[in-house]
Design a protein around this ligand. Structure first.
Ligand code: AMP
Length: 515
């Protein structure tokens, strides 16, 4: 099936209801959304001569036209390539070239860059500027009929955020997107036409994926007018729109929880905050629960299995009387309805509860492969399972706790140390604002544990002795960092994830420590 059928369906069933909002203002009703996507689809097919299966990229900050472009591309039977708009021009060029995108829908901020790539990127015919003339002309073209698409046809090339190496394009089919949407209803929340979804995080990533079950259900898609994350604006939008949910990376949840505009806001309309994409530390989660109440749900996923491996439900977050409540808060929850999840050893054998190994997943939500990368596809999907590269263990009740990415594991003196638990211990100290723990080559130990610490604002900086004590309070002595480095900030990628590779490179450049 073609996801664009949802827009056409709501265009007929509830033509005058709001479909897309630009902040507090209605940008398009369902009838307008349906007409604009069918028109732009006609334009993409006829003006550019694109046949089904060709790729069209979107390089645009969050704005209402993003959703129009996405659904127009699908309506025309084309494959959407949402590109993180904060990437460097050369990184964007790489993705356009690799995906062989024919047209880019973009905004005025990126127009010059993208236009300069036409002629350089062989496949690229044109840039269409979404705000204003270019896009409006396209949407006013004679409407195209909805193109038939098969379940296994590619729909979305999801270029991974690339904390390691060059981005790869996870090929998500129509079936993958449908399964991700249905399992949102099964495991996160039911959604109705009276709901809203706020796109505070990039539409090219998790927020775009969570938009799908909401559009399927006829809910309003609200794009903050600022295009970003601003506490006051989010507080106002929560009051303006009913039953509102949004996806946020853990750093964003932490920032919002500490924002006085949110603390003083009326949160009655707030339905759910779905967080995930990176570790949420227990100390931050407890703060967030105090501010938002039992409205938090966690997901663990990857571009390769869009946002769907496990979830920690709102009910789990609220179940304070459960004897293992705190353990559960540190987990990523239980397997999603539409997947099988296992933890395996290096030989591919399934490990019992309590043992740590690589997390693998299979199910109808798992990508068909990496676009034009058969070797990487065969490696990632070997044996019919998606190998996530994440390391974790199940408990007896089926809750999965992630330790780390396999390459983040530190082996010191023959002992495995998972940076996450050292980070959790250090974050318990009020003087620690943020922390990243990595391994440094060490002549005696193989690797030594090094903590990069960003002191918290407004409180005295912690001493090394205090940090050591914070570790000794909760973790084994041998896991304690050998060294603390106080820094102003941690290197992050465009999705706010800490890029540990950069920290490791920094340490490696200094050479191994002796003895
Ligand atoms: P991406 O494909 O860019 O969304 O990155 C996926 C990776 O983010 C996963 O393989 C995990 O390493 C990490 N990740 C996603 N969700 C979580 C979560 N809830 N807790 C910890 N790490 C996560």
């Amino acid at each position: 099936m073609n996801p664009a059928v949802w827009v056409q369906r709501h265009g007929r069933a509830r033509p005058d209801d709001p479909a897309i909002a630009d902040g507090e203002r209605v940008h398009a009703t369902w009838a307008q959304f349906a007409a604009r996507t069918a028109g732009a689809a006609g334009g993409l097919r006829d003006s550019f001569g694109l046949s089904p299966g060709r790729r069209v990229a979107i390089v645009m900050r969050n704005r209402p036209e993003y959703l129009e472009a996405m659904f127009a591309i699908w309506h025309a039977g084309l494959v959407v390539v949402p590109v993180n708009a904060r990437l460097h021009r050369d990184e964007i060029a790489y993705i356009l070239e690799h995906s062989e995108s024919a047209v880019v829908v973009t905004d005025t901020d990126h127009a010059d860059d993208i236009e300069s790539l036409v002629g350089t990127v062989a496949s690229l015919q044109a840039a269409v500027i979404a705000p204003g003339d270019g896009w409006d002309r396209l949407t006013a073209t004679a409407p195209a009929p909805l193109t038939d698409r098969r379940p296994d046809d590619p729909a979305w090339l999801f270029y991974t955020s690339g904390t390691t190496g060059r981005p790869k394009g996870a090929t998500l089919t129509n079936r993958n997107l449908l399964m991700a949407s249905l399992s949102y209803f099964a495991d996160i929340d039911p959604v109705t036409a009276q709901d809203s979804i706020l796109h505070a995080a990039p539409l090219s990533h998790g927020s775009g994926l969570y938009g799908l079950p909401h559009i399927a259900s006829g809910a309003v898609s609200v794009v903050p007018h600022s295009g970003g994350v601003d506490g006051e604006e989010i507080a106002a939008l929560i009051q303006r729109w009913p039953c509102i949910s949004f996806f946020a990376a853990p750093t964003m949840v932490k920032r919002l929880a500490g924002d006085p505009a949110i603390a003083n806001a009326d949160l009655t309309h707030l339905k759910t905050i779905i967080y995930g994409g990176a570790p949420m530390y227990l100390a931050d989660l407890e703060d967030a629960l105090a501010v938002f109440g039992p409205r938090l749900a966690q997901i663990y996923g990857q571009g390769e299995t869009p946002m769907t491996i496990t979830a920690l439900s709102k009910a789990d977050h609220a179940d304070r009387n459960h004897p293992r409540w705190l353990d559960r808060l540190q987990s990523v929850g239980t397997a999603r309805t539409d997947v099988e999840v296992r933890v395996i050893d290096d030989d591919g054998n399934e490990l019992p509860a309590g043992e740590i190994g690589e997390v693998v997943v299979r199910g109808d939500v798992v990508m068909s492969g990496y676009w034009n990368q058969p070797d990487a596809t065969a490696e990632a999907l070997r044996g019919g399972w998606l190998h996530t590269g994440d390391v974790g263990s199940f408990d007896d009740d089926g809750y999965l706790t992630l330790r780390d990415r396999s390459k983040d594991l530190i082996i010191s003196g023959g002992m495995n140390i998972y940076p996450r638990e050292v980070e959790e211990a250090l974050l318990r100290h009020p003087g620690v604002g943020a922390v990243a723990v990595v391994g440094r080559p060490d002549a005696e130990w193989g690797e030594a544990v090094i903590a990069f610490v960003v002191p918290a604002d407004g409180v005295p900086s912690p001493s090394v002795e205090e940090l050591d004590q914070a570790c000794l309070d909760t973790i084994a002595r041998f896991k304690r960092p050998k060294e603390y480095r106080f820094v102003d900030s941690l290197p992050t990628n465009n999705y706010g994830k800490v890029v540990k590779r950069e920290l490791r490179d920094r340490l490696r450049a200094e050479g191994p420590t002796v003895g």
